[in-house]
Design a protein around this ligand. Structure first.
Ligand code: PLP
Length: 466
């Protein structure tokens, strides 16, 4: 007996009624509900819907509920400290905000003194780094990566290089960003192979961009995810981030590490960049896990010199330095430390990877399996040689999995990557149960056992975004 249990095929009667109401009022693309599931409660890794179905959740609020649903300790922080801390923070400050900043700085990598800005979303943190980076450097340009996802607000969008619908009718309105290829080795844009490529895509930054359209004299910063998350869980090969960092150092460019997805333990280190000890980012942006998926909390950790360059009044927002958010974020870090979650993420991550590699042995559609710790992506192709993306089938597998009790996100630059990121308290048994469901769902779709989605009108199909 596992944790998942489907008692009425989703969407059940209560979900259907909610869909009817939802479609009249809510703006689908901004709400972004992929599946016709309405939650009743989320407990750990298990989502219970309004019709009584129970699903294992490997999508966890797009990577934010890293401590699971209703996590012990966090819920108590909110309920126990609400009276004391649930208030605005302007024009005064609550000690909880200082405790939060002390905690963040205490875990930040590198020896240089750091300071913290507290914000609400990952997008806001990306905007902040973009704007403050340019102001500090007194230079107008930035470099970012194809496939990079930094958010939807204007600055963050300008830095992003993800899927076309983000830009089709909303072109980059903030000028000055040059996008360069990421080290997506499975589909190398230079058609080379690692390691014989000699990290050509990193060299391209120095040899081509910096000598043409983004000269060092104009280039304030470079923003990079240590593993591209939304683009399809893409870890760069060994030495690549170090080479990019070296180019930044040599040319006076700020190195900005986007840890919104990877940060606070997902890869088995507190920050994914700690897997690369030679790198000390000038700025780091955090979000998602920082608020435990309970409150919107984000932050920028930056070198003191950068923070001190910001003019008073130049950056702020009504709820910046929100005391309850600070207390929750401090508690998230406390829990990760006291419950030894970095070690267990490494251990469970190895098991998750092993099970995914076994799936690859069994199913010829799985062309690539990659990731680190508790973030693994499986890229589906028609043929392992041609690597033609398998898109519709991936959507069918996702839906089949939901019908069998497993929730995950799928997407990636070609719309063909299944992305698995369970919460940090996931058990080995839950990983096995989830992978067994995925295995069965792939087999069903391979054999043509696909039940049509009877809710297509309500279904925001990822492939439709492209
Ligand atoms: C790496 C990365 N950076 C930034 C963001 C934007 O964060 P938010 O959605 O909280 O604005 C995301 C969101 O998916 C992300 O994955």
């Amino acid at each position: 007996m596992g944790d998942s249990k489907i008692i009425t095929p989703p969407p059940g009667p209560k979900a259907r009624k909610l869909i009817e109401r939802e479609l009249k009022l809510l703006h689908q693309p901004s709400i972004d509900r992929v599946y016709p599931i309405f939650t009743k409660r989320i407990d750990g890794a298990v989502v219970e819907d309004v019709d009584g179905n129970r699903y294992l959740d490997f999508a966890i609020g797009s990577g934010s509920m890293s401590l699971g649903g209703a996590p012990k300790g966090l819920v108590e922080t909110i309920t126990g400290r609400a009276e004391e801390l649930a208030h605005g923070s302007y024009p005064y400050l609550n000690p909880a905000v200082i405790e939060f900043a002390e905690k963040l700085v205490s875990i930040a990598p590198g020896k240089t003194k750091k300071m913290v800005a507290m914000l609400s979303t990952g997008s806001e943190a990306a905007d902040f780094a973009f704007r403050v980076g340019r102001g500090f450097q007194r230079k107008p340009q930035f470099i970012s990566f194809i496939g990079g996802h930094h958010g939807f607000s204007l600055g963050a969008l300008a830095l992003s290089g993800h899927y076309a619908a983000m830009f089709r009718n909303h072109p980059h309105l903030v000028p000055g960003v040059t996008h360069t290829p990421y080290a997506y080795c499975y589909r190398c844009p230079f058609k080379l192979e690692y390691p014989s490529c000699g990290l050509a895509c990193a060299d391209y930054i120095e040899e081509t961009l910096l000598t043409t359209i983004s000269p060092p004299e104009n280039t304030a910063g470079l923003i990079v995810e240590p593993i591209q998350g939304p683009a399809g869980i893409i870890p760069p090969p060994e030495g690549w981030l170090e080479r990019v960092y070296e180019i930044c150092r040599k040319n006076g460019i700020l190195y900005i590490d986007d840890e919104v997805f990877t940060g606070l333990g997902r890869t088995g280190k507190m920050f994914a960049i700690e897997n690369h000890p030679k790198i000390e980012p000038d700025m780091m942006i955090l979000g998602k896990t920082l608020g435990g998926g309970i409150l919107p909390v984000s932050a920028v950790i930056m070198k003191e010199q950068i923070a001190m360059s910001i003019e008073p009044g130049a950056t702020s927002s009504t709820l910046h330095g929100y005391p309850l958010g600070s207390a929750v974020a401090t508690k998230v870090i406390d829990i990760i430390q006291t419950e030894s979650l970095l070690a267990s993420n490494t251990k469970h991550g190895k098991h998750l990877m092993k099970r995914c590699l076994e799936l690859q042995q069994k199913h010829k559609w799985i062309g690539d399996v990659r990731g680190r710790g508790l973030m693994v992506g499986l890229e589906f192709v028609k043929d392992r040689k041609t690597k033609e993306p398998l898109r519709k089938e991936v959507k069918d597998i996702a839906w089949r999995s939901v019908q069998k009790g497993l929730i995950f996100e799928w997407f990636g630059l070609k719309g063909n990557v299944i992305k698995l990121y369970p919460n940090y308290f996931v058990t080995r048994e839950q990983i096995d149960e989830g992978l067994d469901i995925l295995d069965a769902a792939i087999t069903d779709v391979e054999k043509g056992r696909v039940s049509p989605t009877n809710f297509d009108s309500a279904y925001v199909v990822s492939a439709g975004w492209m």
